[in-house]
Design a protein around this ligand. Sequence first.
Ligand code: NI
Length: 137
Amino acid sequence: MIYITRRERFTAAHRLFKEEYSDEKNMDVFGKCSNPNWHGHNYELFVTIKGEIDPETGFLINLVDLKNIIREKIITKVDHKNLNIEVDFLKNKFTSTEVIAIAIWEELENNIKQMGASLHCVKISETENNSVEYYGE
Ligand code: NI
């Protein structure tokens, strides 16, 4: 079994808030990420896949294919966008890094299976110091 990780970056705006809370309570619960006029992050996305090496090529899969599928299914949809209102796979979802990681997993899982590998981990860094990892369970 071999593991390969592809890194991609995207920049996006979002806001963490609950409709039923006042702006003050949202700021108390969600901190700076609840700024009423939005704010942005430079996100890093790490997609780790796993599987057996193809004896013919010596590769797990062609990494260009992995790059292309991540860009097509995720990066083009989120980069320079507002995650709360512009991204189909985040519609009606809370835009915490945790929820985004699970949503990205769900977007990629079948595509990666079709390429002959398994999705192992979706990791997202929202800041240099904070990252979230999702392993599908
Ligand atoms: Ni934020």
